[in-house]
Write a protein that binds this ligand. Structure first.
Ligand code: NAD
Length: 495
């Protein structure tokens, strides 16, 4: 599917100014304002998206409310909803390369990963939930005779979904798939720097026969469009992936409005822990490097803290930096590239500031630490390994969300656990060991939503993803995701 000639042709395709998708129509912002879409590949102007107003968000919410209350989507037989959603997935698949290239031009993810992780992941997700929805039902409660206790699962209503700029289609589909299959209607707010592919798949949804107003996409600033969704009295459930700071604001907005349920998938500072008895050090080196540097570290579960048993530390870092220096960073539309562009200049500057602070504290920059390929006009950063990091350093506690690995040595299992659990986050972790008992002990002791053993980052749609502590609540993926979009209603019948 990665035909270089087609990729080159798509790279230069002009992009018309994009529109919101509201109530089945393509619309500009109510005041005509736009946001420029700057490609991180070369800093050029790709196109514009509407700079949505509060009125735009309210129009989309009203459309979703009407589609839920009067439009028949929740009442439609699950098998009928399934048919439309499967057609939508087919259309996304038919346009997968176009969508992948458009997404790469918008957010800089390397094309090989983007194709799999973006349109094709969205296709698999939408199919999974479409196929599932007519196979789950309610319950009859085991009451005493003489009564009948029924447990219905009802669509929760209008869902507000606010998503980030990394993997917009994958993360967007993790919300849209179960929400739409469950019979909810949705107002989706993409990130300012990654809106184009989500707008495009909303158009494809209309083509697939999704009724007007069932899926609305409003672009613009978080503080305007996102805030209007979060404060709406007409939104029943708010689902979010993004930063902790925004997550906190959404909880406040919910409390100050209609107390809508808020599900948060936030960041991480995930520990990747290598014991000296790791079974295959070369594999651990390669997977650990990819676990932080792919997509330039802009992955919520990235293994951004490497904890290495002291006796192995120097040898491991030597191998790791040698491997890292072989990783090709650059034009994300080149299929040979291992890491593409950083999403925005702002993010790149933030990444570099973390490294400078570590350098000023006397930490060692083993490799990387600089902006590269500046002559392209794009936003690229060399994969960066920082050693001699202390557990209290900002680089060891806060999410950089860039290609920056903080390395900390440890001496004992207890110390590894203490360092691993010593941040506010709890999204992912990994343990490399050949000792089965230690692996199981570590799985129990590390506070994280997922603990990998002798690998990093592997998963699939059947496995739930969610964090603990300040990494969030609730789960995307797997059948558990339906819990956010289906309300339990009981009926008590006297027989
Ligand atoms: P962000 O929180 O700044 O933005 C996320 C979304 O929230 C965007 O659509 C943005 O416009 C919107 N937003 C911003 N301010 C808002 C406000 N006041 N009210 C309502 N909406 C608002 O995060 P980002 O920079 O886009 O994404 C990077 C962050 O996302 C990282 O911290 C990363 O770890 C996290 N992330 C987490 C996961 C996960 O599954 N846990 C996945 C991907 C990214």
């Amino acid at each position: 599917m990665l035909d270089p000639d087609r990729i080159e042709a798509l790279r230069n395709q002009p992009q018309a100014p994009a529109s919101h998708v509201i109530g089945g129509e393509l619309r500009p912002a109510s005041d005509g304002a736009v946001l420029e879409v700057i490609s991180p590949i070369d800093g050029s102007l790709l196109t514009t998206v509407p700079k949505g107003t509060r009125e735009d968000a309210e129009a989309a919410i009203a459309a979703a409310r009407r589609a839920f209350d009067e439009g028949g989507w929740p009442e439609m037989a699950p098998a009928a909803r399934k048919k439309i959603l499967l057609k939508w997935a087919d259309l996304i698949e038919a346009n997968a390369l176009e969508l992948a290239v458009l997404g790469v031009r918008d957010n800089g993810t390397e094309i090989g990963m983007a194709l799999k992780a973006e349109p094709m992941s969205a296709v698999a997700t939408i199919r999974y939930y479409a196929e599932a929805i007519d196979k789950i039902g309610g319950e009859i409660a085991p009451t005493a005779p003489g009564n009948l206790g029924l447990v219905h699962k009802e669509p929760a209503g209008v869902v507000g979904a606010i998503v980030p700029w990394n993997f917009p289609l994958m993360i967007g589909a993790w919300k849209l798939g179960p929400a739409l299959a469950a019979g909810c209607t949705v107002v989706l707010k993409p990130a300012e720097t990654a809106s184009l592919t989500l707008l495009r798949i909303a158009e494809l949804a209309l083509e697939a026969g999704l009724p007007a107003g069932v899926l609305n996409v409003v672009t613009g600033e978080g503080a305007v469009v996102g805030d209007a969704i979060a404060r709406s009295m007409e939104v029943d459930v708010l689902v979010f992936t993004g930063s902790g700071a925004t997550g906190r604001r959404l909880l406040e907005a919910s409390a100050q409005s209609n107390m809508k349920r808020v599900y948060l998938e936030l960041g991480g500072k995930s520990p990747n822990i290598v014991f000296a008895d790791a079974p295959d050090l070369d594999e651990a080196v390669k997977v650990s490097a990819n676990g932080i540097f792919r997509n330039s570290g802009q992955v919520c579960v990235a293994g951004s803290r490497l904890l290495v048993e002291r006796s192995l530390h120097d040898a491991f870092i030597e191998k790791l930096s040698a491997f890292t220096e072989t990783m090709k960073v650059g034009d994300p539309l080149d299929p040979a590239v291992s890491a593409g562009a950083v999403n925005s200049l702002r993010q790149l500057e933030q990444n570099l500031a973390f490294v400078e602070e570590a350098r000023a504290q006397g930490r060692t920059i083993v490799t990387g630490g600089t902006r590269i390929l500046q002559e392209t006009g794009g936003y690229y950063m060399a994969p960066t390994i920082v050693t001699d990091v202390k557990p209290d350093d900002r680089i060891a506690r806060e999410e950089v969300f860039g290609p920056v690995l903080a390395v900390l040595p440890f001496d004992t299992e207890d110390e590894a656990v203490a360092i691993a659990n010593g941040t506010d986050y709890g999204l992912a972790a990994a343990v490399w060991t050949g000792n089965l008992s230690r692996a199981h002990r570590m799985i129990r002791r590390i506070r994280a939503g997922v603990v990998h053993v002798n690998t990093y980052g592997g998963s699939d749609l059947t496995v739930p993803l969610g964090g603990v502590k300040q990494s969030g609540n609730g789960h995307d993926k797997s059948l558990h995701a339906f819990e956010k979009y289906l309300d339990l209603k009981t009926a008590w019948i006297k027989l």
